[in-house]
Design a protein around this ligand. Structure first.
Ligand code: ACO
Length: 362
């Protein structure tokens, strides 16, 4: 019961995670059909279709999302030094909590725009730089890269970020999506549902893992040190970040999409091929060690391992990786929240009381 393994808590048309065969379907498309082939806006539109009144058509949606980025940028003024000193995901969450709650298209667009705009602003302000206003005419991925780095990204970097955002846009009833659906089921509103999702996402067992993956790669340093480092970490009782999954019993299909995306960038940076080679060596050693040490539990690479390598290559700081995850997953949270409101009931399971029998108060 603990962990609700195998409990089906919702019917959804949004995505299907086949853990035995390592397949992910997003609204009728195998992940490999869309990741690396469509933009984030197209994937978000695919999820939201039929769930929001007045949803613009796919050609108009990117422009409306661009306008929403410009609209939410005004809240960056509320980013004071205290907030900027918090972990980026906490600062982004605090800024998102300023957005009004609701169930309408405008609310949904602002929430999809917000992690992108706020994460870029928080990243720059923490580096002592000025936050850059959005350019509503750019694609979402291109604008995120421009707002973060200050330079217009080339098509390869934009395509790599689109591939990432599409790969992680939705994934069944994962912990953050469940949190969002529970909150939506009380009719609290989309902002509340998204804040619940973001709060669940930040933990290291969920979307907080890729930052520690970078720490692991940095500490290992070279392929020949991988096995000894990983063995020592397991001897200390630690988990290897980027490995294992509640549902997948085989390799997470998202890992390969992200590996392809980072390999496509390899020519653009002299350091990247070496970093990829290190990651591949660590991955191979980790799978081998986990197979030996946990023979009863198939533990394979999950989405977070190559997420770390890709987001690092795109210039995002590791402490902001969870915010970049939220940039994509926010579309899934909103689609699930709307699906819950339109077709679900209040989610209210029971607990089993295992405390003391009733007694007299002293
Ligand atoms: N490293 C070492 N051992 C592991 C790992 C790991 N990464 N993952 C699971 N195990 C072991 C556990 O210690 C446990 O062993 P035991 O039975 O001897 O105690 C066994 O495998 C089963 O572990 P559970 O905790 O029951 O597995 P669960 O399904 O709850 O965990 C999880 C899934 C949380 C992802 C886990 O694999 C983990 O902690 N991985 C590392 C963190 C990580 O990469 N998180 C990102 C997940 S992807 C995502 O959320 C987007």
């Amino acid at each position: 019961m603990a962990g609700l393994d195998d409990v089906v808590a919702a019917d959804t048309v949004l995505s299907d995670v086949d853990g035995a065969n390592g397949r992910l379907v997003i609204r009728g498309y195998a992940l490999q059909e869309i990741a690396g082939r469509v933009t984030f806006e197209a994937a978000a539109h695919l999820l939201l279709d039929g769930l929001l009144e007045d949803l613009p058509d796919p050609a108009e949606f990117p422009r409306r999302l661009g306008l929403a980025r410009a609209e939410v940028f005004e809240h960056v003024a509320a980013l004071d030094s205290g907030l900027a000193a918090c972990p980026p995901v906490d600062a982004v969450r605090a800024l998102m909590a300023r957005l009004p709650d609701g169930e309408d298209l405008g609310c949904a667009l602002r929430l999809i725009a917000a992690p992108a705009v706020f994460a870029a602003a928080v990243t720059r302000i923490r580096r002592g730089e000025r936050a850059l206003a959005p350019d509503p005419l750019l694609s979402h991925a291109a604008d995120v890269l421009r707002m973060t780095t200050g330079a217009a990204p080339g098509p390869a970097r934009t395509a790599a970020l689109d591939a990432y955002l599409v790969t992680i846009v939705d994934h069944g009833l994962n912990a953050s999506t469940f949190a969002a659906r529970v909150t939506a089921s009380t009719l609290a509103g989309l902002t509340s549902a998204v804040l619940a999702g973001l709060s669940a996402l930040k933990g290291p067992l969920h979307g907080g893992a890729p930052g520690p993956v970078i720490e692991m790669l940095d500490e290992i340093g070279s392929p020949d040190r991988a096995t000894a480092w990983l063995e020592a970490a397991l001897d200390r009782g630690e988990r290897l970040m980027g490995f294992g999954h509640r549902i997948y019993r085989v390799r997470d299909p998202r890992a390969d999409c992200l590996k392809h995306a980072v390999q496509a960038l390899a020519a653009s940076s002299p350091q990247l091929p070496g970093r990829i080679a290190l990651a591949e060596a660590v991955e191979a050693a980790a799978i081998d060690i986990l197979r030996r040490r946990k023979p009863d539990r198939p533990l394979q690479t999950n989405v977070e391992f190559y997420t770390a390598v890709l987001l690092e290559a795109l210039g995002f700081p590791p402490d902001a990786f969870t915010c970049i995850f939220a940039m994509g997953r926010v579309a899934g949270w909103i689609a699930h929240a709307r699906e819950q409101v339109l077709s679900g009931r209040l989610i209210r399971p029971k607990s089993r009381y295992v405390g003391p029998a009733p007694r007299r108060a002293a």
